[in-house]
Design a protein around this ligand. Structure first.
Ligand SMILES: Cc1cc2nc3c(=O)[nH]c(=O)nc-3n(C[C@H](O)[C@H](O)[C@H](O)COP(=O)(O)OP(=O)(O)OC[C@H]3O[C@@H](n4cnc5c(N)ncnc54)[C@H](O)[C@@H]3O)c2cc1C
Length: 416
Protein backbone atom coordinates (compact mmCIF):
# COMPACT_ATOMS: atom_id res chain seq x y z
CA UNK A 1 0.00 0.00 0.00
CA UNK A 2 1.44 3.37 -1.06
CA UNK A 3 0.20 5.10 2.08
CA UNK A 4 -1.94 4.20 5.08
CA UNK A 5 -2.64 7.79 6.02
CA UNK A 6 -3.49 10.59 3.66
CA UNK A 7 -5.53 13.79 3.54
CA UNK A 8 -7.91 12.89 0.70
CA UNK A 9 -8.63 9.42 -0.71
CA UNK A 10 -10.05 9.22 -4.24
CA UNK A 11 -12.08 6.04 -4.77
CA UNK A 12 -12.02 4.88 -8.40
CA UNK A 13 -9.54 5.66 -11.15
CA UNK A 14 -11.70 6.42 -14.17
CA UNK A 15 -11.96 9.80 -15.89
CA UNK A 16 -13.53 11.44 -12.81
CA UNK A 17 -11.09 9.97 -10.28
CA UNK A 18 -8.05 10.82 -12.37
CA UNK A 19 -9.26 14.39 -12.90
CA UNK A 20 -9.98 14.78 -9.17
CA UNK A 21 -6.66 13.34 -8.06
CA UNK A 22 -4.68 15.51 -10.46
CA UNK A 23 -6.49 18.62 -9.24
CA UNK A 24 -5.72 17.69 -5.60
CA UNK A 25 -2.08 17.01 -6.37
CA UNK A 26 -1.73 20.30 -8.25
CA UNK A 27 -3.14 22.02 -5.13
CA UNK A 28 -0.47 20.27 -2.98
CA UNK A 29 -3.07 18.22 -1.11
CA UNK A 30 -1.74 14.87 0.10
CA UNK A 31 -3.92 12.32 -1.71
CA UNK A 32 -4.17 8.72 -2.82
CA UNK A 33 -6.28 7.27 -5.63
CA UNK A 34 -7.48 3.72 -4.96
CA UNK A 35 -8.57 1.65 -7.95
CA UNK A 36 -9.88 -1.91 -7.93
CA UNK A 37 -8.66 -2.78 -11.43
CA UNK A 38 -5.07 -3.40 -12.39
CA UNK A 39 -5.24 -0.38 -14.73
CA UNK A 40 -6.43 3.23 -14.71
CA UNK A 41 -9.24 4.49 -16.96
CA UNK A 42 -12.32 2.50 -15.89
CA UNK A 43 -14.88 2.74 -18.68
CA UNK A 44 -12.24 4.53 -20.78
CA UNK A 45 -10.11 1.68 -22.11
CA UNK A 46 -7.92 1.56 -25.19
CA UNK A 47 -6.44 -1.80 -26.12
CA UNK A 48 -4.41 -3.21 -29.01
CA UNK A 49 -0.81 -4.18 -29.58
CA UNK A 50 -0.62 -2.33 -32.86
CA UNK A 51 -0.04 1.38 -32.10
CA UNK A 52 -1.46 2.22 -35.56
CA UNK A 53 -4.88 0.86 -34.77
CA UNK A 54 -5.74 1.00 -31.08
CA UNK A 55 -9.27 0.03 -30.12
CA UNK A 56 -11.47 1.92 -27.68
CA UNK A 57 -13.67 -0.63 -25.95
CA UNK A 58 -15.22 2.15 -23.85
CA UNK A 59 -15.53 5.81 -24.77
CA UNK A 60 -14.35 6.73 -28.27
CA UNK A 61 -15.91 10.09 -29.15
CA UNK A 62 -14.86 13.43 -27.73
CA UNK A 63 -18.44 14.67 -27.53
CA UNK A 64 -18.97 18.45 -27.38
CA UNK A 65 -15.37 18.53 -28.55
CA UNK A 66 -15.26 22.32 -28.89
CA UNK A 67 -15.61 22.59 -25.10
CA UNK A 68 -14.36 19.16 -24.04
CA UNK A 69 -11.44 19.47 -21.58
CA UNK A 70 -9.93 16.17 -22.77
CA UNK A 71 -9.13 17.81 -26.14
CA UNK A 72 -6.69 20.21 -24.52
CA UNK A 73 -5.16 17.37 -22.51
CA UNK A 74 -4.85 15.19 -25.63
CA UNK A 75 -3.19 18.10 -27.40
CA UNK A 76 -0.71 18.57 -24.56
CA UNK A 77 0.10 14.84 -24.79
CA UNK A 78 0.89 15.32 -28.49
CA UNK A 79 -2.02 13.15 -29.68
CA UNK A 80 -3.64 13.41 -33.11
CA UNK A 81 -7.25 14.58 -33.14
CA UNK A 82 -9.40 13.35 -36.03
CA UNK A 83 -12.13 15.88 -36.84
CA UNK A 84 -14.06 13.81 -39.40
CA UNK A 85 -17.77 14.38 -38.60
CA UNK A 86 -19.31 11.29 -37.00
CA UNK A 87 -21.33 8.83 -39.10
CA UNK A 88 -24.55 9.72 -37.24
CA UNK A 89 -24.26 13.34 -38.42
CA UNK A 90 -24.15 12.30 -42.09
CA UNK A 91 -26.10 10.04 -44.40
CA UNK A 92 -25.46 6.32 -44.01
CA UNK A 93 -24.40 4.07 -46.85
CA UNK A 94 -27.55 3.60 -49.01
CA UNK A 95 -27.45 -0.18 -48.50
CA UNK A 96 -30.82 -1.43 -47.29
CA UNK A 97 -31.72 2.20 -46.54
CA UNK A 98 -32.40 4.43 -49.58
CA UNK A 99 -31.29 8.05 -49.24
CA UNK A 100 -34.87 9.39 -49.45
CA UNK A 101 -35.84 7.16 -46.49
CA UNK A 102 -32.78 8.35 -44.60
CA UNK A 103 -33.85 11.96 -45.05
CA UNK A 104 -37.36 11.13 -43.82
CA UNK A 105 -35.93 9.27 -40.80
CA UNK A 106 -33.52 12.09 -39.89
CA UNK A 107 -36.35 14.60 -40.12
CA UNK A 108 -38.56 12.46 -37.82
CA UNK A 109 -35.69 11.96 -35.39
CA UNK A 110 -34.90 15.68 -35.26
CA UNK A 111 -38.55 16.46 -34.53
CA UNK A 112 -38.62 13.84 -31.75
CA UNK A 113 -35.56 15.35 -30.02
CA UNK A 114 -36.97 18.87 -30.45
CA UNK A 115 -40.06 17.67 -28.53
CA UNK A 116 -37.80 16.20 -25.84
CA UNK A 117 -35.95 19.50 -25.38
CA UNK A 118 -39.21 21.49 -25.41
CA UNK A 119 -40.72 19.24 -22.69
CA UNK A 120 -37.58 18.96 -20.54
CA UNK A 121 -38.72 21.42 -17.90
CA UNK A 122 -42.46 20.63 -18.12
CA UNK A 123 -44.17 20.25 -14.75
CA UNK A 124 -44.47 16.48 -15.12
CA UNK A 125 -41.61 14.30 -16.31
CA UNK A 126 -42.49 11.35 -18.58
CA UNK A 127 -40.85 8.42 -20.38
CA UNK A 128 -39.22 9.62 -23.61
CA UNK A 129 -41.21 7.05 -25.61
CA UNK A 130 -44.38 9.08 -24.93
CA UNK A 131 -43.02 11.78 -27.27
CA UNK A 132 -42.80 9.47 -30.30
CA UNK A 133 -45.29 10.30 -33.04
CA UNK A 134 -48.03 7.65 -32.43
CA UNK A 135 -48.17 6.87 -36.15
CA UNK A 136 -44.49 7.48 -36.86
CA UNK A 137 -43.01 5.33 -39.59
CA UNK A 138 -39.52 5.61 -38.09
CA UNK A 139 -40.31 4.90 -34.45
CA UNK A 140 -38.39 1.61 -34.42
CA UNK A 141 -35.23 3.23 -35.76
CA UNK A 142 -35.58 6.25 -33.45
CA UNK A 143 -35.98 3.70 -30.65
CA UNK A 144 -32.89 1.76 -31.79
CA UNK A 145 -30.68 4.85 -32.04
CA UNK A 146 -32.17 6.01 -28.72
CA UNK A 147 -30.70 2.87 -27.15
CA UNK A 148 -27.24 3.83 -28.46
CA UNK A 149 -27.65 7.25 -26.81
CA UNK A 150 -28.98 6.10 -23.42
CA UNK A 151 -28.17 2.40 -23.28
CA UNK A 152 -31.84 1.79 -22.52
CA UNK A 153 -35.19 1.74 -24.33
CA UNK A 154 -36.99 5.10 -24.56
CA UNK A 155 -39.75 3.74 -22.27
CA UNK A 156 -37.24 3.74 -19.40
CA UNK A 157 -35.65 7.13 -20.08
CA UNK A 158 -36.66 10.44 -18.48
CA UNK A 159 -37.65 13.22 -20.90
CA UNK A 160 -36.32 15.79 -18.42
CA UNK A 161 -32.91 14.19 -18.20
CA UNK A 162 -32.61 13.57 -21.95
CA UNK A 163 -33.65 17.16 -22.65
CA UNK A 164 -31.08 18.51 -20.21
CA UNK A 165 -28.17 16.83 -21.98
CA UNK A 166 -26.04 19.58 -23.52
CA UNK A 167 -24.62 18.56 -26.89
CA UNK A 168 -22.60 21.16 -28.78
CA UNK A 169 -22.85 18.93 -31.86
CA UNK A 170 -19.07 18.77 -32.36
CA UNK A 171 -17.64 15.24 -32.14
CA UNK A 172 -13.97 14.35 -32.66
CA UNK A 173 -11.78 11.32 -31.97
CA UNK A 174 -8.25 10.68 -30.79
CA UNK A 175 -6.25 8.51 -33.17
CA UNK A 176 -4.24 6.96 -30.31
CA UNK A 177 -7.47 6.23 -28.38
CA UNK A 178 -9.59 8.19 -25.89
CA UNK A 179 -8.72 5.64 -23.21
CA UNK A 180 -5.02 6.24 -23.81
CA UNK A 181 -5.42 9.97 -23.18
CA UNK A 182 -7.37 9.44 -19.98
CA UNK A 183 -5.07 6.78 -18.52
CA UNK A 184 -1.98 8.83 -19.44
CA UNK A 185 -3.45 11.81 -17.56
CA UNK A 186 -3.12 9.62 -14.47
CA UNK A 187 0.61 9.02 -14.94
CA UNK A 188 2.63 10.21 -11.97
CA UNK A 189 -0.32 10.42 -9.59
CA UNK A 190 -0.22 8.61 -6.23
CA UNK A 191 -2.20 5.51 -7.14
CA UNK A 192 -2.87 2.11 -5.58
CA UNK A 193 -4.07 -0.33 -8.26
CA UNK A 194 -5.80 -3.66 -7.71
CA UNK A 195 -7.22 -2.53 -4.34
CA UNK A 196 -11.01 -2.72 -4.20
CA UNK A 197 -12.49 -0.47 -1.53
CA UNK A 198 -15.01 -2.32 0.62
CA UNK A 199 -16.16 0.17 3.24
CA UNK A 200 -15.89 3.86 4.03
CA UNK A 201 -16.36 4.37 7.75
CA UNK A 202 -17.03 8.05 8.50
CA UNK A 203 -18.35 7.53 12.03
CA UNK A 204 -15.16 8.83 13.67
CA UNK A 205 -13.21 12.10 13.53
CA UNK A 206 -11.21 10.73 10.61
CA UNK A 207 -12.43 8.46 7.82
CA UNK A 208 -11.39 4.84 7.61
CA UNK A 209 -11.30 3.55 4.04
CA UNK A 210 -11.20 -0.24 4.16
CA UNK A 211 -9.73 -2.00 1.15
CA UNK A 212 -9.06 -5.62 0.31
CA UNK A 213 -5.53 -4.93 1.51
CA UNK A 214 -5.81 -3.01 4.77
CA UNK A 215 -7.35 0.30 5.72
CA UNK A 216 -6.36 3.91 5.11
CA UNK A 217 -7.02 6.82 7.44
CA UNK A 218 -8.06 10.01 5.66
CA UNK A 219 -9.68 13.36 6.33
CA UNK A 220 -11.92 13.28 3.25
CA UNK A 221 -12.85 11.04 0.33
CA UNK A 222 -13.95 11.66 -3.24
CA UNK A 223 -16.10 8.73 -4.37
CA UNK A 224 -16.28 8.22 -8.14
CA UNK A 225 -17.90 4.78 -8.34
CA UNK A 226 -20.32 4.00 -11.20
CA UNK A 227 -23.93 4.67 -10.13
CA UNK A 228 -24.83 0.98 -10.56
CA UNK A 229 -22.30 0.02 -7.87
CA UNK A 230 -23.51 2.74 -5.50
CA UNK A 231 -27.10 1.54 -6.00
CA UNK A 232 -26.02 -2.04 -5.24
CA UNK A 233 -24.07 -0.78 -2.17
CA UNK A 234 -20.93 -2.56 -3.35
CA UNK A 235 -19.01 -0.17 -1.13
CA UNK A 236 -20.58 0.12 2.32
CA UNK A 237 -20.80 3.49 4.06
CA UNK A 238 -20.84 3.53 7.86
CA UNK A 239 -23.12 5.24 8.81
CA UNK A 240 -25.20 4.41 5.73
CA UNK A 241 -26.12 6.96 3.05
CA UNK A 242 -29.67 5.98 2.01
CA UNK A 243 -30.22 9.23 0.04
CA UNK A 244 -27.18 8.40 -2.12
CA UNK A 245 -28.26 4.80 -2.64
CA UNK A 246 -31.72 5.97 -3.68
CA UNK A 247 -30.35 8.66 -6.01
CA UNK A 248 -28.01 6.15 -7.65
CA UNK A 249 -30.92 3.72 -8.14
CA UNK A 250 -32.70 6.45 -10.11
CA UNK A 251 -29.67 6.65 -12.42
CA UNK A 252 -29.04 3.10 -13.66
CA UNK A 253 -26.25 2.37 -16.09
CA UNK A 254 -27.57 1.71 -19.57
CA UNK A 255 -25.81 -0.92 -21.60
CA UNK A 256 -23.76 -0.50 -24.78
CA UNK A 257 -21.14 -2.93 -26.07
CA UNK A 258 -18.81 -2.68 -29.04
CA UNK A 259 -17.64 -5.63 -31.13
CA UNK A 260 -14.65 -4.89 -33.38
CA UNK A 261 -14.32 -6.91 -36.57
CA UNK A 262 -11.51 -7.01 -39.10
CA UNK A 263 -12.67 -6.46 -42.68
CA UNK A 264 -10.89 -7.73 -45.77
CA UNK A 265 -11.05 -5.79 -49.07
CA UNK A 266 -12.27 -2.84 -47.02
CA UNK A 267 -11.57 -0.33 -49.82
CA UNK A 268 -14.98 -0.93 -51.41
CA UNK A 269 -16.57 0.94 -48.48
CA UNK A 270 -16.36 4.64 -47.82
CA UNK A 271 -14.14 5.58 -44.85
CA UNK A 272 -16.13 6.25 -41.66
CA UNK A 273 -19.46 5.19 -43.15
CA UNK A 274 -22.33 3.52 -41.35
CA UNK A 275 -24.86 0.77 -41.86
CA UNK A 276 -27.93 -0.02 -39.79
CA UNK A 277 -28.50 -3.77 -39.41
CA UNK A 278 -32.23 -3.23 -39.80
CA UNK A 279 -34.39 -0.13 -39.97
CA UNK A 280 -37.64 -1.84 -38.95
CA UNK A 281 -36.89 -3.10 -35.45
CA UNK A 282 -35.43 -1.73 -32.24
CA UNK A 283 -33.15 -4.67 -31.51
CA UNK A 284 -30.56 -3.96 -34.16
CA UNK A 285 -26.88 -3.06 -34.21
CA UNK A 286 -25.23 -0.18 -36.03
CA UNK A 287 -22.00 -0.77 -37.95
CA UNK A 288 -19.33 1.89 -38.25
CA UNK A 289 -17.38 0.79 -41.31
CA UNK A 290 -13.69 1.67 -41.70
CA UNK A 291 -13.34 3.81 -38.55
CA UNK A 292 -10.35 6.16 -39.13
CA UNK A 293 -10.10 4.43 -42.54
CA UNK A 294 -8.93 1.21 -40.83
CA UNK A 295 -9.93 -2.17 -42.30
CA UNK A 296 -12.38 -2.76 -39.47
CA UNK A 297 -16.04 -2.59 -38.52
CA UNK A 298 -17.15 -1.32 -35.12
CA UNK A 299 -20.49 -2.91 -34.30
CA UNK A 300 -22.53 -1.20 -31.57
CA UNK A 301 -25.16 -3.07 -29.56
CA UNK A 302 -27.26 -1.55 -26.80
CA UNK A 303 -29.99 -1.99 -24.20
CA UNK A 304 -32.05 -5.21 -24.16
CA UNK A 305 -30.35 -6.57 -27.28
CA UNK A 306 -26.90 -6.14 -25.72
CA UNK A 307 -28.09 -7.62 -22.41
CA UNK A 308 -29.47 -10.70 -24.15
CA UNK A 309 -26.30 -11.17 -26.17
CA UNK A 310 -24.15 -10.76 -23.02
CA UNK A 311 -26.11 -13.55 -21.38
CA UNK A 312 -25.79 -15.76 -24.45
CA UNK A 313 -21.98 -15.34 -24.53
CA UNK A 314 -19.34 -13.61 -26.66
CA UNK A 315 -20.03 -15.68 -29.79
CA UNK A 316 -23.63 -14.46 -29.81
CA UNK A 317 -22.45 -10.93 -30.69
CA UNK A 318 -20.54 -12.23 -33.69
CA UNK A 319 -23.40 -14.45 -34.84
CA UNK A 320 -25.83 -11.55 -34.60
CA UNK A 321 -23.53 -9.17 -36.49
CA UNK A 322 -22.80 -11.72 -39.22
CA UNK A 323 -26.52 -12.41 -39.70
CA UNK A 324 -27.34 -8.69 -40.00
CA UNK A 325 -24.39 -7.92 -42.30
CA UNK A 326 -25.09 -10.92 -44.53
CA UNK A 327 -28.70 -9.72 -44.71
CA UNK A 328 -27.42 -6.41 -46.08
CA UNK A 329 -24.38 -7.45 -48.10
CA UNK A 330 -24.96 -11.06 -49.15
CA UNK A 331 -23.76 -14.49 -48.00
CA UNK A 332 -20.14 -14.08 -49.14
CA UNK A 333 -19.64 -11.19 -46.76
CA UNK A 334 -19.37 -13.56 -43.76
CA UNK A 335 -15.94 -14.70 -44.99
CA UNK A 336 -14.58 -11.14 -45.00
CA UNK A 337 -15.05 -10.43 -41.30
CA UNK A 338 -13.26 -11.84 -38.27
CA UNK A 339 -13.75 -10.94 -34.61
CA UNK A 340 -11.06 -8.72 -33.05
CA UNK A 341 -12.31 -7.60 -29.64
CA UNK A 342 -15.36 -7.18 -27.46
CA UNK A 343 -15.96 -6.21 -23.85
CA UNK A 344 -19.18 -7.03 -22.04
CA UNK A 345 -19.68 -4.01 -19.79
CA UNK A 346 -22.86 -5.30 -18.18
CA UNK A 347 -21.20 -8.33 -16.61
CA UNK A 348 -18.04 -6.37 -15.76
CA UNK A 349 -18.29 -6.38 -11.94
CA UNK A 350 -16.49 -3.02 -11.65
CA UNK A 351 -18.87 -1.23 -14.04
CA UNK A 352 -22.18 -3.17 -14.29
CA UNK A 353 -23.11 -1.15 -17.36
CA UNK A 354 -21.88 1.48 -19.78
CA UNK A 355 -23.32 4.94 -19.07
CA UNK A 356 -26.06 6.36 -16.89
CA UNK A 357 -29.55 7.47 -17.82
CA UNK A 358 -32.30 8.72 -15.52
CA UNK A 359 -35.54 6.83 -15.00
CA UNK A 360 -38.68 8.95 -15.54
CA UNK A 361 -39.07 11.30 -12.55
CA UNK A 362 -35.45 10.84 -11.48
CA UNK A 363 -33.51 13.52 -13.39
CA UNK A 364 -32.87 15.52 -10.22
CA UNK A 365 -31.13 12.49 -8.68
CA UNK A 366 -27.96 13.68 -10.44
CA UNK A 367 -27.73 16.74 -8.17
CA UNK A 368 -28.55 14.61 -5.10
CA UNK A 369 -25.77 12.16 -6.00
CA UNK A 370 -23.28 14.99 -6.54
CA UNK A 371 -23.96 16.77 -3.21
CA UNK A 372 -21.19 16.56 -0.56
CA UNK A 373 -21.88 14.99 2.82
CA UNK A 374 -20.52 16.45 6.05
CA UNK A 375 -17.83 18.42 4.13
CA UNK A 376 -15.84 15.15 4.07
CA UNK A 377 -17.48 12.89 1.52
CA UNK A 378 -17.52 14.21 -2.03
CA UNK A 379 -19.02 12.55 -5.09
CA UNK A 380 -18.04 12.59 -8.74
CA UNK A 381 -18.43 10.47 -11.87
CA UNK A 382 -20.43 10.87 -15.05
CA UNK A 383 -23.76 10.16 -13.32
CA UNK A 384 -23.25 13.26 -11.13
CA UNK A 385 -23.32 15.60 -14.13
CA UNK A 386 -26.65 17.29 -14.88
CA UNK A 387 -25.84 18.31 -18.47
CA UNK A 388 -22.85 16.18 -19.56
CA UNK A 389 -23.78 12.86 -17.95
CA UNK A 390 -22.86 9.59 -19.63
CA UNK A 391 -19.64 11.02 -21.03
CA UNK A 392 -15.94 11.07 -20.23
CA UNK A 393 -15.84 14.87 -20.27
CA UNK A 394 -18.82 14.97 -17.90
CA UNK A 395 -16.89 12.63 -15.61
CA UNK A 396 -13.83 14.90 -15.83
CA UNK A 397 -15.81 18.03 -14.95
CA UNK A 398 -17.45 16.39 -11.93
CA UNK A 399 -14.05 15.13 -10.76
CA UNK A 400 -12.56 18.63 -10.88
CA UNK A 401 -15.64 20.09 -9.16
CA UNK A 402 -15.47 17.52 -6.33
CA UNK A 403 -11.73 18.15 -5.89
CA UNK A 404 -12.37 21.90 -5.67
CA UNK A 405 -15.03 21.27 -3.02
CA UNK A 406 -12.62 19.05 -1.07
CA UNK A 407 -9.79 21.60 -1.38
CA UNK A 408 -12.05 24.42 -0.11
CA UNK A 409 -13.24 22.25 2.79
CA UNK A 410 -9.68 21.23 3.75
CA UNK A 411 -8.39 24.82 3.57
CA UNK A 412 -11.36 26.01 5.65
CA UNK A 413 -10.62 23.39 8.31
CA UNK A 414 -6.90 24.15 8.37
CA UNK A 415 -7.47 27.87 8.89
CA UNK A 416 -9.84 27.31 11.80
C1 LIG B 1 -19.14 0.99 -24.88
C2 LIG B 1 -19.02 2.39 -24.34
C3 LIG B 1 -18.98 3.47 -25.21
C4 LIG B 1 -18.86 4.77 -24.72
N1 LIG B 1 -18.74 5.81 -25.60
C5 LIG B 1 -18.48 7.04 -25.14
C6 LIG B 1 -18.11 8.09 -26.02
O1 LIG B 1 -18.00 7.88 -27.23
N2 LIG B 1 -17.85 9.33 -25.49
C7 LIG B 1 -17.93 9.56 -24.15
O2 LIG B 1 -17.67 10.69 -23.72
N3 LIG B 1 -18.27 8.59 -23.29
C8 LIG B 1 -18.53 7.34 -23.73
N4 LIG B 1 -18.76 6.32 -22.87
C9 LIG B 1 -18.96 6.63 -21.44
C10 LIG B 1 -17.64 6.95 -20.70
O3 LIG B 1 -16.72 5.92 -20.95
C11 LIG B 1 -17.95 7.05 -19.23
O4 LIG B 1 -19.00 7.99 -19.01
C12 LIG B 1 -16.75 7.54 -18.40
O5 LIG B 1 -15.57 6.88 -18.78
C13 LIG B 1 -17.07 7.30 -16.92
O6 LIG B 1 -16.00 7.74 -16.10
P1 LIG B 1 -16.17 7.68 -14.53
O7 LIG B 1 -14.88 8.12 -13.93
O8 LIG B 1 -17.41 8.38 -14.13
O9 LIG B 1 -16.45 6.15 -14.18
P2 LIG B 1 -15.52 4.86 -14.39
O10 LIG B 1 -14.68 5.03 -15.60
O11 LIG B 1 -16.40 3.68 -14.32
O12 LIG B 1 -14.57 4.91 -13.13
C14 LIG B 1 -14.91 4.33 -11.89
C15 LIG B 1 -13.75 3.49 -11.42
O13 LIG B 1 -14.07 2.91 -10.15
C16 LIG B 1 -13.45 1.63 -10.11
N5 LIG B 1 -14.06 0.84 -9.05
C17 LIG B 1 -15.21 0.15 -9.07
N6 LIG B 1 -15.42 -0.43 -7.85
C18 LIG B 1 -14.39 -0.08 -7.07
C19 LIG B 1 -14.05 -0.34 -5.72
N7 LIG B 1 -14.82 -1.09 -4.91
N8 LIG B 1 -12.88 0.17 -5.23
C20 LIG B 1 -12.07 0.93 -6.01
N9 LIG B 1 -12.35 1.20 -7.31
C21 LIG B 1 -13.51 0.72 -7.83
C22 LIG B 1 -13.68 1.08 -11.51
O14 LIG B 1 -12.81 0.02 -11.80
C23 LIG B 1 -13.41 2.34 -12.36
O15 LIG B 1 -12.06 2.40 -12.76
C24 LIG B 1 -18.83 5.01 -23.32
C25 LIG B 1 -18.84 3.91 -22.45
C26 LIG B 1 -18.93 2.63 -22.94
C27 LIG B 1 -18.89 1.47 -21.97
Amino acid sequence: MASSDTEVVVVGGGAAGIAACRRLKDADIDCLLIEARARLGGRAWTIGDDPRSPIDLGCGWLHSADRNPWCKIADAQGRSIDKTPPPWARSSAPIGFPLADQAAYLDAREKFYARVVAMAEAEQDAPAATLLDPNGRWNDLIGATGTYVSGAELERVSVRDLGRYDDSGVNWRVVEGYGTVIATHGAGLPVALGRPVRRIDWSGRRLRVETADGSIAADAAIVTLPSALLAEEKVVFTPGLPAKTEAAAGLPLGLADKLFLSLSDAGEFEKDSRLFGRTDRRGTATYHVRPFGRPQIEAYFAATLAAELETAGEDAFLDFAVAELVGLLGGDFARRIKPLDLHRWGIDPLARGSYSYALPGKADCRAVLAAPVDDRLFFAGEACSTNDYSTAHGAYLTGVAAADQAIAARRGKRSR
